[in-house]
Design a protein around this ligand. Structure first.
Ligand SMILES: Nc1ncnc2c1ncn2[C@@H]1O[C@H](COP(=O)(O)OP(=O)(O)OP(=O)(O)O)[C@@H](O)[C@H]1O
Ligand SMILES: [Mg+2]
Length: 259
């Protein structure tokens, strides 16, 4: 689903968002942030800093305690949650494939929920499987458990791309992979994103991954946004000592970043 998008208009905007869990913990505390159409925005931060919470507010898996989140210019509270979710690709670390469905059916799941006829679903699913480097003649009929972790992760990406969404959310999508497979999939994904120009918001605590994939980085700490910008800005103009220490080990990586 490709919607008309003015270049200047953010596709996602968090505005003064606060999220307090029933335990009383403020997982997010006044976050204002935008993701622009066509960009890859990486959300970085240490464990428990609020990254997953930020993402789940976008597809209404969570509701904010205060503040608003706008998707394509409309507050999430005005979206039908199911329609919103079906319009956004979502890739998570353990992929969440259906074990009893073959790979083709897994990839076509969102298309099925959107009511696309079977022949169209199958054709499109084969197309996206090819895009992520999985030959349909070999993989389409297999079940998820017959694939390697890296292959399953590629299926997760294919499933997110299948309905041609203008927005994809990714939560540590490559976290469970060995470093070599991880770099390989990152590079492939980056190339694919640049061709498709899909907006991607990717949560990661891997600075190297963020610098290689993303146009801009957003660093969160204890529920607050600490700095947003290009990788080089974090190096040249760190907003605080926390930013400096977070990036201390990654200086070389930032400097070798392609963007
Ligand atoms: N459903 C929930 N109920 C209560 N507290 C929660 C819930 N989900 C998250 N939290 C808390 O909110 C804070 C932020 O969690 P979140 O999952 O957003 O962190 P994260 O940055 O994604 O961490 P990680 O890198 O470990 O995945 C944490 O302290 C967490 O324990
Ligand atoms: Mg998380």
């Amino acid at each position: 689903m490709v919607l008309d998008q003015e270049v200047s208009k953010p596709i996602v905007a968090w505005r003064d968002v606060r999220k307090v869990y029933p335990s009383g913990l403020a997982a997010l505390d006044g976050v204002t942030l935008e993701a622009n159409a066509g960009e890859v925005l990486a959300i970085l931060g240490t464990s428990g800093s609020g990254k997953t919470t930020l993402l789940k507010l976008v597809n209404r898996l969570f509701e904010p305690s205060s503040g608003t989140i706008e998707v394509r210019g409309k507050p999430t509270s005005d979206w039908d949650p199911i329609a919103l979710r079906l319009s956004i690709g979502y890739v998570i670390q353990d992929v969440g494939l259906m074990p009893h469905l073959d790979i083709l059916a897994n990839v076509g799941l969102v298309l099925k929920l959107l009511g696309h006829p079977k022949p169209d679903r199958e054709q499109r699913s084969q197309e996206v499987l090819k895009q992520v480097g999985l030959e349909p003649s070999r993989f389409a009929g297999l079940r998820p458990h017959q694939l390697s972790g890296g292959q399953r992760q590629r299926v997760g990406v294919a499933r997110a791309l299948a309905a041609n969404p203008d927005l994809i959310l990714m939560d540590e999508p490559f976290g469970a992979l060995d470093p070599i497979t991880r770099r390989e999939i990152q590079a492939e994904f980056r190339d694919l994103q640049r061709r498709l120009k899909t907006t991607v918001i990717i949560v990661t605590h891997d600075i190297r991954e963020a610098c290689h994939i993303a146009d801009r980085l957003a660093l969160v700490d204890a529920g607050k946004l600490v700095q947003v910008g290009r990788a080089a800005d974090f190096h040249d103009k760190p907003a605080s000592d926390f930013v400096k220490s977070f990036f201390a080990d990654a200086e070389a990586v930032v400097l070798e970043s392609p963007r």
